[in-house]
Write a protein that binds this ligand. Structure first.
Ligand SMILES: C[S@@+](CC[C@H](N)C(=O)[O-])C[C@H]1O[C@@H](n2cnc3c(N)ncnc32)[C@H](O)[C@@H]1O
Length: 241
């Protein structure tokens, strides 16, 4: 199931996402530049997906249960997809977070640049509209009420962060909400995942009018990520809208 030992060992047990993990070393060889759609596809093809929890992120489940999410259409960029085709995982491997967010008046689009992943995700779940496209160039028919980002910002080359923020602004309705579950590694000498701070988000989002409405530690982070994650909810202020 875990080709080359690169996948997770069991559902919900994430790996260490730093250079001490051979899968991260391999990931960094495959994703070899700022515009590396091909690199991400190679990761999926080769089963190098150390970020994959094998189930919905606990913080997403908690958010859904909180009843505080807006209704409407939701985008999960870099949603990921199917990690393996073994009989154990076949039925539940989809863009887990996208599927977990669907329902309750929310209609979810899961977006990923890897076509094979999206095709398989489509076969496994009809609850989510899985779209294969590049986040930086994709044109949806209408903007979203909610965008949820997890391990997407930190996976992108830091030179792309201003473009990431500009896209968030374009893809969200003016009254929409952006939720960033922020993975915040500090001591990486390269990436992905790249060193990330809350300030890095603020630096690109604040000038566009996005302001943090709430921020808290992710107290349900999986073990290797405990203490390294915060969840922030952003909205555009009237001044920036
Ligand atoms: C680190 S993984 C995170 C996956 C998922 N969010 C999760 O937490 O399991 C980053 C994902 O972003 C996708 N990706 C990278 N660049 C992208 C782009 N420009 N547009 C859409 N998806 C992209 C990759 O294929 C990969 O599935």
């Amino acid at each position: 199931a875990n080709a080359g030992g690169f996948g997770v060992g069991a559902a919900g047990v994430g790996q260490v996402l730093d250079g001490s993990n051979p899968a991260i070393v391999r990931l960094r060889q495959l994703v070899d530049g700022p515009q590396s759609s091909e690199g991400w596809r190679r990761c999926w093809e080769q089963g190098v997906t150390p970020w994959d929890l094998g189930e919905p992120t606990p913080a997403v489940v908690k958010l859904v249960q909180s009843g505080t999410l807006p209704a409407g259409n939701v985008l999960v960029p870099g949603c990921g997809g199917v990690r393996c085709t073994c009989s154990t995982h076949a039925e539940r491997c989809t863009g887990y977070d996208a599927v977990a967010l669907s329902g309750g008046g929310r209609s979810v689009v899961g977006l990923d640049v890897c076509d094979a992943v999206i095709q398989r995700a489509r076969q496994r779940s009809s609850d989510v509209a899985f779209v294969c496209a590049d986040f930086f160039t994709w044109s949806p028919p209408e903007p979203f009420h909610l965008i949820f980002d997890y391990t997407f910002f930190c996976a992108l080359d830091p030179s792309l962060r201003p473009a990431w923020a500009a896209r968030m602004e374009e893809l969200l309705r003016p009254d929409g909400e952006l939720i960033t579950l922020m993975y915040l590694p500090q001591d990486q000498d390269s990436g992905p995942p790249y060193n990330t701070t809350v300030h890095d988000y603020e630096e690109v989002l604040n000038p566009l009018g996005f302001v943090i409405q709430s921020i808290e530690d992710n107290d349900v982070a999986v073990e290797p990520r405990k203490g390294l994650e915060k969840i922030a909810r952003w909205k555009k202020t009237a001044a920036g809208a």
